[in-house]
Design a protein around this ligand. Structure first.
Ligand code: SF4
Length: 278
């Protein structure tokens, strides 16, 4: 059985960068706190916690503490509140997410109504909304577009959560163009996501089986799996080698392996070794 590993498998550069910043800051002796998990992956969360970074649910007294802003970014309000509470802020927001923040603020200054294509409960989308005081319309599905709101918009500025599916995004943008007279669209899907999506549209057609690796909490892994499964029903989404069943591979001549942007390389390597053993 041939094992074909995606070139774009694993950590994206934004996650690698955020992890390095988190670990460097913790090792410098700072008392580091973080609102929520650094990425949606249990192994990485444990690594960070073992290094001494504390996950918190709300800001507390910040004196002698460092607040680490995660790769997904944060609202302006969090930066302001943290500074007032005395935190030192270390910002690990991915530069590509920062770019989205800049775009939406510019769109608002130009008088556009901002529309974000993405998952409204995802931290990245919350962070983008938090640049605009929450004044944005969020759309995650072409079938759930709030028509009443859309019809009143004359000039829209549209951005996309960095890990969204390109095809779904295109369908939503086309719909918006049909209902709003002026639509300025910024395709802000990031390069690592694009590369992953390009491969995941191809690999399931060329391999008998697809293994997509990543946490069940990871939205980008979920999307990779959904695309893979739509193209090849023998697609499996696993978090670790323990979930893999040897019988999946009966008569298989090839298996494609892809992992999400928050999946560490050691998990992928572990699974590849297991597949080699099968
Ligand atoms: S998925 Fe893209 S935007 Fe998000 S952290 Fe990775 S590189 Fe940055």
């Amino acid at each position: 059985m041939k094992i074909n590993v995606a070139k774009a498998a694993g950590f994206c550069f934004g996650v690698k960068r955020a992890l390095k910043i988190a670990l460097d800051t913790a090792h410098s002796g700072a008392k580091v706190e973080m609102l929520g998990d650094i990425v949606h992956n249990e192994d990485v969360v444990k690594e960070i916690s073992d290094a001494g970074v504390r996950k918190i649910n709300r800001l507390g007294r910040g004196t002698n503490k460092t607040l680490l802003i995660r790769a997904h970014g944060s609202s302006i309000e969090i930066y302001e509140r943290a500074a007032k509470l005395g935190y030192t802020i270390v910002d690990a927001t991915c530069p590509m997410v920062k770019e989205i923040h800049k775009i939406v603020k510019a769109l608002k200054r130009e008088g556009c109504d901002v529309i974000i294509i993405g998952d409204r409960i995802h931290d990245e989308v919350r962070g983008i909304m938090g640049q605009l005081n929450g004044e944005a319309v969020v759309i995650d599905d072409v079938k759930k577009i709030p028509l009443a709101k859309i019809k009143n918009i004359k000039k829209a500025g549209v951005v996309v959560q960095s890990t969204q599916n390109l095809e779904r995004t295109t369908a939503i943008v086309e719909f918006l163009k049909g209902h709003i007279s002026e639509v300025k669209f910024y395709d802000t899907i990031c390069k690592p996501t694009r590369m992953k999506q390009k491969e995941i549209r191809n690999m399931p057609l060329k391999n008998d089986i697809m293994i997509v690796i990543g946490s069940k909490k990871s939205a980008n892994t979920k999307r990779l799996y959904q695309i893979s499964n739509s193209l090849n029903k023998r697609s499996y989404w696993v978090q670790s080698k323990d979930e893999i069943k040897p019988e999946w591979f009966q008569d298989a001549r090839s298996v494609g392996v892809m992992s999400g942007a928050s999946t560490p390389d050691y998990t992928t390597k572990d699974i590849i070794e297991y597949l080699q053993a099968i």
